[in-house]
Design a binder for this molecule. Structure first.
Ligand SMILES: [Zn+2]
Length: 586
């Protein structure tokens, strides 16, 4: 059990800091940003005048095609329907890429924990979800929820693990908790590494309680903390059920402070619930979509920006609220809702306003719905799936933003994200595979999924045509899709496709995972690969001569990140509604 928040204390120069209330994932040079701002004031002018602090460099366009499935791509490209995928595959290297926990996806077990935001965060950070902190589709808002403590044993007890704390003594444990209401005030005994601490008297009201940690109790490794309760109860509303939980207390927060009152460790039991030990019951609280403040690891664009490479991020999962980068960031909320209502939709902040006129309108939506066969049902297929329309508009918007901003970069990393394939597959993949059509739907509805691929291919083509010929292009998906009754669901293999200098041509490869994307992209820039990433470089995608003259450089860099800022509920309702409409959450 590792607490990343704690381990990121005292990090080095590549790690994040927070400044005021703003998340800053980039702490490097400012001159590059000035050149972008200069560009922003000269409409349509190509910039590219950035200084060159890091060599070698190249322009890498990184396209995320959520849910793109190797089998479908192969089928459609051999039918000549994906000319741009075909061109990239012919001039580069292409293979299946294993999603996280492929077996769990195959077994349809606990699939939400391997949903898109989790996987895209892994792709950007090269880390497992336990490290990057995004472990669900939606996450509780800090301070709005708490966890229940108790267990079936008599007396009930709970256990959790604290990180290494030796060297910071004397320390005090602080707890925010209250005793379960029906059972009243109670004495709770705490045991740290087997040594009993002074007992706590826990009232029914929420209280901040402190316990000094006696000298010599802490271990130079992880520390085991156990609570034993003097009273426990079966919740009244479940007294006649088979639920034998003996709830005793509710925990709202836990921290460790030093003699000067500095917090040396703090845990939010709700956000950190996956690392809680025995005797904790999952909380309920106010939920939000994944936000940038939830990330516990630096994305590849922050690492590259810190090395002086310009970066541009368009629509990547979980990037709202936008934060400072060495270039621009169009956050995941830019396309999702009425942009004017959300704060910090872009970095730099004024970029949002400039991009606003590019947003497609109703007429373009109608065109897309027709082109993609969503309009071929009467009554309309989409009445209860309003999220579909929003996502089509979002993808079209991100495409236009990419067309607008690609010319501002002549090197560095630019990412664009498209969700239409994932969406079409969730909604309609079963019809592609022969499921009965709903009454009133034309046979063409079976083509919804294929048309989504054709559309994403066209968007990719529109980006390729404005790229310099030596640009490197990477296209990845976070998982594939397989038909299930009622639509489609995640399948264990997505795609990895790359073409550019040093990359093999015409050889399919295997054995890539979503963890390997970030290390491999870093290496395209000659950037050191942090040893704390779980993924590895994919040597099989490179020409052997190029790899011999560009050996990977691994470095002991701490890329953990922790934001002081809390997630917010602002604008949440519409997003949660949309996720519900699409069946992503209950
Ligand atoms: Zn996905």
């Amino acid at each position: 059990m590792v607490h990343e928040g704690f381990l990121s204390f005292g990090v080095g120069s590549l790690s994040a800091v927070t400044r005021g209330k703003k998340v800053v994932l980039y702490t490097g040079m400012r001159s590059l940003r000035r050149s972008l701002l200069l560009f922003l004031s000269v409409t349509g002018a190509a910039c590219g005048a950035a200084p060159s602090p890091a060599e070698p460099s190249r322009l890498v366009v990184f396209i995320g095609a959520d849910g793109a499935t190797p089998e479908v791509i192969d089928e459609l490209r051999s039918a000549g329907r994906l000319p741009n995928f075909e061109k990239l595959i012919r001039t580069g290297t292409y293979g299946k890429m294993q999603s996280l926990a492929a077996r769990r996806i195959l077994e349809e077990d606990d699939t939400r924990r391997y949903a898109s935001p989790i996987l895209w965060t892994t792709i950007a950070t090269g880390k497992v979800p336990e490290k990057h902190g995004i472990r669900d589709f939606v996450l509780p808002i800090r301070g709005t929820a708490s966890v229940w403590m108790g267990s079936e044993e008599e007396p009930a007890h709970t256990e959790l693990t604290l990180p290494e704390l030796v060297g910071r003594e004397p320390l005090t444990l602080r707890l925010r908790l209250h005793s379960y209401r029906p059972i009243g005030e109670q004495t709770v005994r705490l045991t740290l590494n087997g040594t009993e601490l002074p007992p706590l008297s826990v009232p029914v009201r929420w209280s901040e309680l402190s316990v000094p940690i006696p000298e010599g109790v802490l271990r130079p490794v992880l520390n085991d903390l156990a609570f034993t309760f003097s009273k426990q109860a079966i919740p009244a509303e479940q007294g006649d059920s088979t639920d034998r939980r003996r709830l005793a207390c509710e925990l709202g927060g836990l921290s460790v402070v030093d003699a000067n009152g500095n917090v040396v460790y703090s845990m939010d039991p709700v956000n950190d619930r996956f690392s809680l030990g025995h005797g904790f019951y999952m909380p309920e609280g106010q939920l939000t979509e994944v936000q940038s403040v939830h990330w516990r690891a630096l994305p590849m664009w922050s690492l590259l920006g810190n090395l002086g490479h310009p970066v541009g991020i368009i629509g990547y999962w979980g990037t709202w609220p936008a934060y400072e980068v060495n270039g621009f960031l169009v956050s995941s909320r830019m396309g999702l809702r009425d942009r004017r209502d959300s704060e910090r939709v872009t970095w730099p902040p004024e970029l949002g306003e400039r991009l606003e006129p590019l947003a497609p309108g109703q007429a373009e939506l109608e065109d897309l719905l027709k082109k993609l066969h969503y309009a071929d049902c009467e009554p309309p297929l989409l009445e209860d799936k309003t999220g579909v329309q929003k996502i089509l508009l979002q993808d079209e918007f991100y495409y236009r933003i990419a067309r607008e901003l690609v010319p501002t970069m002549d090197r560095g990393l630019l990412t664009v994200y498209f969700r239409s394939i994932d969406l079409a597959s969730h909604v309609a993949l079963h019809w592609r595979h022969g499921a009965d059509l709903p009454p009133g739907c034309a046979e063409t509805v079976r083509g919804i999924v294929d048309q989504a691929y054709v559309q994403v291919d066209a968007w990719i083509g529109g980006i390729l045509e404005i790229l310099p010929p030596d640009a490197t292009v990477v296209v990845v998906s976070d998982h594939g899709e397989q038909p299930v009754p009622g639509g489609g669901h995640h399948a264990p293999y997505g795609i990895f496709l790359a073409k550019g200098e040093g990359i093999r041509v015409g050889e399919a490869f295997q054995a890539a995972t979503v963890l390997d994307v970030a290390p491999t992209v870093l290496h395209l820039f000659g950037a050191p690969i942090p040893l704390d990433m779980d993924g590895k470089l994919l040597p099989q995608i490179f020409e052997s001569d190029w790899l011999a003259s560009h050996p990977p450089d691994y470095a002991d860099i701490d890329t953990s990140f922790s934001s002081d800022e809390d997630a917010t509920a602002e604008g949440n309702e519409e997003i949660l509604e949309q996720l519900k409409a699409l069946g992503y959450i209950q």
